[in-house]
Design a protein around this ligand. Structure first.
Ligand code: IMP
Length: 192
């Protein structure tokens, strides 16, 4: 079955293709000739994931899925949330985003946060959503060099390492995206 993953991140695509096996043939946006920017204008992760998957389904007619992720910090009322990529501006700089979070959290002791991923799948004309969450805390300063985004300032609950101090395989086992993808894959295997 052909299935579009609304991404141009070849790394994400390859990783998922390996999990799904031969019954599903994953296509990227480039593979279907979609070179335009897909609108992401909704106020929630759910809204954005759905907007992206419906855009592809309506315009290109493929079964497809799209994801959206945000870092939600309790003491900041869920910020940066849906604005995670562009929290410090449209340049989408991870360094500037982390700096802004650390500054806002400087005098705050309650440091609970979570990453949340929402996947919207449209298959056989119907939408299904899957959610993955990892809870943890915002560190006082950056630690570690791997990963991306907010990884150096996020430490998952029960561990003494930031996401940026973990290997990718270990991170995927417990991460928001890992959990959401696991639910998606289980569902696809069930209906295949
Ligand atoms: P996206 O929806 O996957 O593009 O994620 C939106 C933004 O959330 C990214 O630009 C990052 O700033 C942040 N983000 C998403 N996933 C992660 C992660 O695993 N670690 C750190 N930051 C992340």
């Amino acid at each position: 079955m052909d299935l579009v993953f609304a991404t141009n991140n070849q790394h994400k695509l390859k990783e998922l293709q390996a999990i799904l096996g031969e019954d599903f043939h994953l296509l990227s946006l480039k593979d279907i000739g979609c070179n335009e920017e897909i609108p992401e204008e909704q106020p929630t992760l759910e809204g954005n994931a759905s907007q992206k998957s419906f855009y592809i389904f309506n315009k290109y007619g493929y079964d497809c899925f799209a994801d959206d992720t945000g870092l939600e910090i309790e003491a900041l009322n869920g910020e940066p949330g849906v604005f995670s990529a562009r929290y410090a501006g449209k340049e989408k700089s991870a360094e500037a985003n982390m700096k802004k979070v650390l500054e806002r959290m400087a005098k705050i002791n309650q440091r609970k946060a979570r990453f949340r991923t929402v996947i919207s799948l449209i298959i056989r004309g119907e939408e299904k959503r899957f959610e993955g969450i990892v809870s943890g805390e915002i560190l006082k300063e950056k630690r570690g060099n791997s990963g991306f985004g907010y990884d150096p300032i996020f430490q998952p609950e029960g561990l003494n390492q930031s996401f940026a101090e973990m290997g990718l395989a270990d991170k995927n086992k417990i991460s928001h995206r890992g959990h959401a993808v696991e639910k998606l894959v289980n569902y696809l295997k069930e209906i295949e």
